[in-house]
Design a protein around this ligand. Sequence first.
Ligand code: NAD
Length: 351
Amino acid sequence: MRFVHETLPQRVVFAAGDAAAATAAEVAVLGASRAMLIAGKAEAALADEVGAGLSVAVRHDEVVMHVPAEVAERARVAASASGADVLVCVGGGSTTGLAKAVALTTGLPIVAVPTTYAGSEATNVWGLTEGEVKTTGVDARVLPRSIVYDASLMLGLPVEMSVASGLNALAHCVDAMWGPRVDPIDQALAGEGIRALAGGLPAVVADPAGLEGREQTLYGAYLAAVAFASAGSGLHHKICHVLGGMFNLPHAQTHAVVLPHVLALNAPNAPEAAGRIAAAFGSPTATEGLRALRAALDAPRALRDHGMPESGIAKAVGPVLAAAPSNNPTPLDEENVTTLLRAAWEGADPS
Ligand code: NAD
């Protein structure tokens, strides 16, 4: 074997029902004492709960998906004015993304308390949007120093959002299997992530207020993000990035719809990865494993249901081809990318 695997330096705390104490402890580990508590208005009650043990210098609740540059700037100004020495973010990927934007320019450490399965907390990737253009980058300063995972914060995450967000995590696992920097460690993490998500998500749907399914799903989402951060964006993420930026589509739902189509395209030409995915699902084939899980979850099916216009198919083909990694298992051309996008747009069965 010859490969280089970089493990990102981060503390990870699983503490179901104990977010307040665990977050205070992580802030203390950093030697910090004045928190900027970042949480959107909808997550205010969760932030009250998590922040109970903190000395809060300022609360900031202007959270917008994909982190518009002016929103980031206002948060940076608020951070500096408050004299905060640590950022504590409570929320989904949009909230973590805002904390990352502040950390990028201020160097303040982040303690992340996620409330969805997006996984941004375990990556060193930041994203900012100016107009219709989303820019992403990699920077060690944006990697949260600690994550506090408390599955009890997710008991109120609506089932539809839980399914979409959990399938976003599953997409991290699947795409990691053939990501541009994939190595056997990423594949091991991704396989265990698939196993946990495939068990956890049906349990969440069956009992959204049950802790066990939530914990399994959260554990899978963390592994997914670690595998993805190391392996890099494969075709699936490039497609979702292009579509999300062009048509302002909801992040998790876009991933949930596109994933089976990318798997169907790549699996025949990636037998080793497909075998690992199938084994993780406990299914004869990777595509059958995903099909069965999606059916059990009543997963989102069509991009047209989430705001993509039909004319967007032709518009997106060129940018997808330009962004696609050169190591994609199935060689890409205008025809197969158009077929994939049309099938995802109309919600056809992937084949
Ligand atoms: P989100 O953060 O926008 O949250 C989606 C919705 O769920 C919001 O309405 C929010 O208020 C609600 N919500 C969140 N937690 C809840 C809870 N516990 N209970 C009830 N409602 C809750 O969406 P997301 O899918 O988590 O994140 C998407 C964003 O994250 C995108 O901008 C994406 O690009 C980014 N992201 C970045 C990375 C990275 O590595 N940088 C990785 C994944 C996602």
